[in-house]
Design a protein around this ligand. Structure first.
Ligand code: G1P
Length: 296
C-alpha cells in the first residue's frame, strides 16, 4: 500500500566547527544565506514537496532554531504598530511554514544515530530526510521526484549528483546500475567517504533521502563506521543488499544545488543566490563583474 508521505526529518545537531567563532553561541543552521537562515530554505523545500510535518533533530545551543520557527509576539506587535506589513509578513512566514517538532540527539554519534532519534515520531510510514548543508534551488525539482519514485517502487530513494572524482572522498558514493527510467538508477553498493582515489563511481549522495521505516531497525543494528560514527550510508548499504526492504534507488539530480557546508562553498552559495534575486541581482551583477575584473 502506498502511503502519502508527510514527514520530513532534518538533522541539525552538528557543532558547526568549520564556522567558529560564528557558531560558538549560534547554530550553524541559522547562518544567513542572503537574508534567510540556511535552515529555512530546507524547511521551505520540504513544505513545497508536501511535507509539512517537520521533525528537527537538535542538540545543545539550538534554541535559536526553535525561536525562528515560532511566533515572536513583541516583534510582531512592533512591526504592526509601525504598519510595516512587508516585514511582518516575512516574520510570520517562518512561524506559519510547517508543523515543527524537535527532539534532541543526546550523544553525537553520527548521522545514522540522529535519524534513529526520529523513530518514535515517524512510526511505520516512509519519510524524508533533508540535510541542512545542501540547498536545492526552488526552481528545480528533486524531492517531489524522489517521493514519486519511492511510492512507485516502494523502495528507499537517495539523491545522487555526479561529482568531480577529486571530491568524491567527501561524500557517500554509490555503485549504480541503469533502470528503465533516465534519471533513476538502482544502487548496488554504497561506501561512506572512500579514501581519495578509491571511489567506485562519481555518483555522490547529496543530502536528500526518502526512506522506508525499516531503516530504523537496520540503523539499530548498524555498527559505528567511518569516523567511529553510526553512518546512514552503512544502513543503506545493508538495505541495498536486502530486497525485502525494497532496495535502494538513486534519483540523479541535474539541477542547481548550493553547498553551505564549508566557508568557501557558503560564500559561493550566497553570491549565486543573490545575483539571481530581483531585489539584489541588478545592482550586484555589475558590481561583481567590476570587482572580479580587478582581481588577478
Ligand atoms: C553526509 C553523509 C554523506 C553525504 C553528505 C551529503 O555527510 O554522511 O554520505 O554524501 O552528507 O552532504 P556530511 O557532509 O554530513 O559529513
Amino acid at each position: 500500500m502506498a502511503f502519502q508521505i508527510t514527514k520530513a526529518v532534518i538533522p541539525a545537531a552538528g557543532l558547526g566547527t568549520r564556522f567558529l567563532p560564528a557558531t560558538k553561541a549560534m547554530p550553524k543552521e541559522m547562518l544567513p544565506v542572503v537574508d534567510k537562515p540556511a535552515i529555512q530554505y530546507v524547511v521551505e523545500e520540504a513544505v513545497a514537496a508536501g511535507l509539512d510535518d517537520v521533525l528537527m533533530i537538535t542538540g545543545r545551543n539550538k534554541n535559536a532554531l526553535e525561536n525562528h520557527f515560532d511566533r515572536i509576539g513583541e516583534l510582531e506587535a512592533t512591526l504592526e504598530a509601525k504598519g510595516d506589513t512587508e516585514r511582518l509578513q516575512k516574520v510570520n512566514f517562518s512561524s506559519d511554514l510547517a508543523e515543527m517538532h524537535y527532539v534532541r540527539q543526546g550523544d553525537p554519534l553520527g548521522l545514522g544515530h540522529a535519524v534513529l532519534r526520529a523513530k518514535m515520531h515517524v512510526g511505520r510510514e516512509p519519510f524524508a530526510v533533508l540535510l541542512g548543508d545542501d540547498i536545492i534551488d526552488e526552481r528545480d525539482v528533486l524531492l517531489t521526484r524522489m517521493i514519486e519514485e519511492q511510492s512507485k517502487r516502494n523502495a528507499n530513494v537517495v539523491a545522487l549528483l555526479e561529482v568531480d572524482p577529486a571530491v568524491a572522498h567527501m561524500y557517500g558514493i554509490a555503485t549504480v546500475e541503469a533502470t528503465e527510467t533516465d534519471d533513476v538508477v538502482r544502487i548496488t553498493g554504497l561506501v561512506e567517504k572512500p579514501a581519495s582515489g578509491t571511489a567506485p563511481s562519481n555518483y555522490a549522495i547529496i543530502g536528500r533521502y526518502v526512506l522506508r521505516p525499516e531503516v530504523f531497525e537496520v540503523l539499530e543494528n548498524t555498527e559505528p563506521g567511518k569516523g567511529g560514527e553510526i553512518q546512514l550510508t552503512d544502513a543503506l548499504q545493508t538495505m541495498a543488499e536486502d530486497s525485502a526492504s525494497g532496495g535502494v534507488f538513486g534519483v540523479v539530480f541535474r539541477g542547481r544545488r548550493y553547498d553551505t557546508g564549508d566557508r568557501l562553498d557558503y560564500i559561493k552559495a550566497i553570491v549565486q543566490l543573490a545575483v539571481e534575486r530581483d531585489d539584489l541581482g541588478p545592482e550586484l551583477r555589475p558590481w561583481l563583474k567590476a570587482f572580479a575584473g580587478g582581481l588577478d
